[in-house]
Design a protein around this ligand. Structure first.
Ligand code: M6R
Length: 609
């Protein structure tokens, strides 16, 4: 999730772009850059780290043009470095990009053969070279841009400019946000409205496939085929802070809503449907090494540990390999029986959690192959791992982890598919079947979060309770733990997650009419057993909130609240179930007037032991 911006008008473009990038920095902050047309040349300034560094660079070498584009980066392809920072240039054209180009490798090979030299490790650079190539064929900027866009697969918001047409900026989008606006003899573009608010309150949200052409006189929108398209102008009344949160009251809610996109981005370009395989080039472990590994270890902390537990159920079920899951702070102080050649998977949103890092170092010392599933590109854990799968969730700002968790689970599905195919426990047809199910997941989550009003109603019934119990079985046992963690960390209500079958061994003593019990009861092979556990709860007068499969009819009479989750294969149910529990926790916390994004005593990244 990067931020892009563009300006064309009469003011100093560098100043407008930097001010705008400050507003977009929450979308990514590992590097930033701007390109400005100055005296018939494209001048680019880029720097690694926070925007401050770019500002310092600009103070040393001032830029004076009135047309430019800018970018703040959250790395997906290639580590955070000046070379990988945007804008990317090819001859006399320059572009910025937010998103993922799935077919960049095929383009890269073709362009290299045609003599184009690549300066970065990014997928983005192919766009600049394609645009230059089409301009060299004699097309105008707009025509060349259309031809380029037609050749791209993936998600993107792109802005470009060229030396030969200094009065024009071109933009497009597919699957990533982009907004344009017009000021006094000036036009603007950005990933969201925040940078535009200082200049105009009237903006236009582009839709997928739109091509926007910006000049100082305004913005025209056409389809990729060149036909005019009408898009309504919208008046924005948000203040800057609300706009940064996309109009949501909290980052947590915004991040919950970003999950369909985050899951899709984590999946994008990482499979081959024809062969029913996952394509994970950064794994850097050979099929033989994967086959020969005696066991798989998964280590993480907090919410990431819950994702790791989901991974255990998944890998054991799909791949038939023994998997051990541990908490970072425990693993490092026991005597784990890791053997040379074992596979060790570390899960972390930040890639900086001290206990997870220490566990990964210990596993490497013992001879394991270390693979990490990380959200922050270039983080310590990613750098120190032999192989990595990045969850492409974009920055997670709220302390309570939401989209990073579902992204991790999605990455684990891909990994399980990969190992299953390598070990030949899954056939081509099995692989294709699973890929179809994976692709349906963003839609399932979308359907859950669209029914937010139901969570608000549930929250009103239960927000004053002092204790909650969450019950799940099988692969939804870790989801019960995650639901309870989410509730306690943002609402300060005591909540316990339990394996439903374990309840009778102790926690049942706590149950009374004042203890709401959240039961996860998908229609899987454990369903009947979960219902028996629910009856035990009901017999002790506890209010029951049941999360069930869409087709479920039986529990209506037993539960006080029932929420239906789209039907999925049992192994995939954790993702939509989690989205539901996040919303329940969120609405309970807001009714209790808690600062949801910054709960007391917690830090986003725990970098100390
Ligand atoms: O960055 P990590 O995924 O390694 O962080 C691990 C935990 O600190 C984190 O998941 C924590 O439990 C969150 N506050 C949960 O919402």
């Amino acid at each position: 999730m990067c931020g892009i911006i563009g300006y064309i008008g009469n003011d100093n473009a560098a100043d407008v772009l930097i001010e705008g990038l400050k507003r977009l920095e929450y979308r990514g902050y590992d590097s930033a850059g701007i390109a400005v047309l100055q005296h018939g040349r494209i001048e680019i300034r880029r720097s690694v780290g926070k925007l401050l560094h770019l500002e310092d660079a600009l103070k040393k070498e001032l830029l004076s043009g009135t047309v430019g584009i800018g970018h703040t980066r959250w790395a997906t392809h290639g580590k955070p470095s000046e070379q990988n920072a945007h804008p990317h240039r090819s001859g006399n054209v320059v572009i910025v990009h937010n998103g993922i180009i799935e077919n960049y490798l095929a383009h890269k090979r073709r362009l290299e053969t045609a003599g184009y030299r690549f300066q970065s490790e990014t997928d983005t650079e192919v766009i600049a070279h394609l645009l230059a190539l089409h301009m060299e064929e004699g097309h105008s900027l707009e025509q060349a841009f259309r031809a380029t866009v037609r050749e791209l697969h993936g998600s993107y918001a792109i802005a470009g400019l060229c030396v030969s047409e200094p009065e024009t900026l071109v933009v497009t989008k597919s699957g990533c946000p982009l907004v344009v606006g017009q000021g006094d003899k000036a036009a603007f573009l950005a990933s969201d409205v925040t940078p535009l608010l200082a200049h105009t309150r009237h903006v236009t949200f582009l839709e997928d496939g739109d091509i926007g052409t910006l000049t100082p006189l305004g913005v025209t929108v056409t389809g990729v085929d060149g036909h005019p398209v009408h898009r309504d102008e919208v008046r924005i009344d948000w203040n800057a802070e609300a706009a940064e949160k996309g109009g949501y009251p909290h980052f947590m809610l915004k991040e919950i809503h970003e999950q369909p996109q985050a899951i899709l981005d984590t999946l994008r370009g990482r499979y081959s449907y024809d062969s029913g395989e996952a394509d994970l080039p950064d794994l850097a472990i050979t099929p033989d090494q994967l086959r020969d590994a005696r066991s798989i270890w998964i280590v993480a902390c907090g919410t990431s540990w819950h994702a790791g537990m989901v991974g255990k159920y998944l890998l054991e079920e799909l791949v038939h390999k023994p998997v051990q899951v541990d908490i970072g702070s425990e693993f490092r102080y026991r005597n784990p029986m890791v053997q040379e050649g074992d596979v060790f998977i570390a899960l972390s949103q930040s890639g900086e959690t001290a206990d997870t890092l220490a566990a990964a170092r210990e596993a490497r010392r013992l001879g394991a192959y270390v693979l990490s599933i990380v959200n922050v590109v270039g983080s310590t854990l990613a750098r120190e791992s032999d192989g990595v799968i990045y969850t492409r969730c974009g920055p997670e700002i709220s302390v309570a982890s939401t989209k990073a968790f579902t992204g991790q689970v999605m990455a684990l599905y891909l990994l399980a598919l990969h190992v299953g195919r390598v070990r030949q426990v899954l056939s081509v047809e099995d692989g294709q079947w699973w890929l179809d199910q994976f692709m349906a997941l963003p839609g399932h989550v979308e359907r859950v979060i669209k029914r937010e009003a139901e969570f608000v109603a549930m929250a009103h019934r239960f927000y004053e309770k002092k204790n909650f119990l969450y019950l799940g079985r099988g692969i939804n046992y870790p989801i019960a733990l995650e639901g309870a963690l989410k509730l306690k960390e943002i609402s300060y209500i005591h909540a316990e997650g339990y394996a439903a079958g374990e309840m009778k061994h102790g926690p049942i003593a706590l149950i009374d009419e004042d203890m709401p019990v959240v039961v996860l009861a998908p229609r899987d092979r454990l369903y009947e057993k979960t219902v028996s556990n629910l009856m035990e709860v009901k017999a002790r007068s506890a209010p029951v909130i049941a999360f069930v499969s869409e087709s479920e009819q039986e529990l209506e009479a037993l539960a006080d609240c029932v929420f239906r989750i789209p039907n999925t294969h049992a192994l995939l149910s954790p993702i939509p179930f989690t989205a539901a529990l996040q919303l329940l926790a969120y609405h309970i916390a807001t009714l209790r007037n808690i600062d949801v994004d910054r709960p007391r005593n917690l830090a986003k990244s725990v970098t100390v032991e």
